[in-house]
Design a protein around this ligand. Structure first.
Ligand SMILES: Nc1nc2c(ncn2[C@@H]2O[C@H](COP(=O)(O)OP(=O)(O)O)[C@@H](O)[C@H]2O)c(=O)[nH]1
Ligand SMILES: [Mg+2]
Length: 275
């Protein structure tokens, strides 16, 4: 009997805060599994996204931008399981944090793939060639992608190219597996992302989101109660907004994103409670 080979590899996505790591992960997986924000450090833990296509499986690991605190990056890299590292850059905005990254990356043997992101924002594309020469002197890399993760420009073939570079290996995850996050966690991330979108303050980070529905339930219920625990009445006013407009916006955006993700229309009720 002919056996079909399977290919599997793991990729660590790193880069300074706000360069577009989570956006790229979502683009590569085709779903919003990692929270995106224009505010820094929204990704608190490593979020895993799995790309499956026929005999190929790629594990992408999105890391928080604050990876340097507590030597987290060194701990991650000690774990030698990664086939590649995606090092994401925001156009040609190279600064001391990238310098810090390269110092570490030049010491390890895992091949680096550089990704210049946000090219949609680049008015003068002529800077790219000299910039690439600059990068070649700074860091050893085996491949370079120049993309816009947000607008999905030149991102189409990343998965295909990576698939061709994967070693023959048994798949680590079931083939319908998309993320390490539980349904409840994803729901919370979607809600939090909506809150961040409409409340431009530190407040969203102190909100505790609680969702109650039976754990054993295999599919999400049609209606879900979501409780937002806040610190005081003043914050309650902010989050509800004049004529409940903010709360409505949060609800609509969340429901839309929940539907996109879970392919199911779910009605959410938001309840605000003071802690
Ligand atoms: N214009 C543009 N904005 C982007 C692109 N990729 C990400 N962003 C934005 O940059 C911000 C930070 O993105 P995020 O993925 O959270 O960055 P992370 O901190 O590296 O995970 C968000 O506002 C994104 O919408 C891109 O390719 N083009
Ligand atoms: Mg992120």
């Amino acid at each position: 009997m002919k056996t079909i080979s399977s290919y599997y590899g793991s990729i660590l996505i790193i880069g300074r805060s706000n360069v577009g790591k989570s956006t790229l992960l979502n683009t590569l997986i085709g779903k919003k599994i990692s929270i995106i924000s224009h505010k820094i450090n929204t990704t608190n833990n490593n979020i895993i996204g799995i790309y499956n296509k026929k005999s190929y499986q790629i594990e992408y690991i999105d890391t928080p931008g604050n990876i340097f605190y507590n030597n987290k990056i060194l701990d991650l890299l000690k774990n030698n399981k990664y086939n590649y590292i995606f090092f994401i850059l925001d156009r040609n905005k190279w600064n001391y944090i990238e310098e810090k990254f390269t110092k570490i990356l030049n010491k390890i043997t895992i091949p680096i793939i550089l990704i210049i992101n946000k090219v949609d924002k680049l008015n003068n594309k002529n800077i790219l060639l000299p910039y690439i020469s600059f990068l070649k002197q700074k860091i050893k890399f085996v491949y370079l992608f120049i993309i816009s993760a947000k607008y999905k420009l030149y991102t189409n073939n990343i998965n295909n190219i990576i698939c061709k570079k994967l070693p023959k290996k048994k798949h680590y995850y079931p083939n319908n597996y998309i993320t390490n996050q539980t349904k409840k966690f994803i729901l919370k991330e979607i809600i939090r992302e909506s809150i961040i979108k409409y409340i431009h303050q530190e407040l969203p980070y102190s909100i505790i989101i609680k969702i109650n529905y039976p754990k054993k339930l295999k599919n999400l219920p049609d209606k879900i109660n979501i409780f937002l625990f806040i610190n005081n009445i003043r914050q309650k006013k902010i989050i509800i907004g004049k004529n409940s407009i903010i709360l409505k916006l949060i609800k609509y955006r969340s429901e839309k994103n929940i539907k996109n993700f879970f392919k199911k229309k779910i009605n959410i009720n938001l309840w605000i409670k003071v802690k």
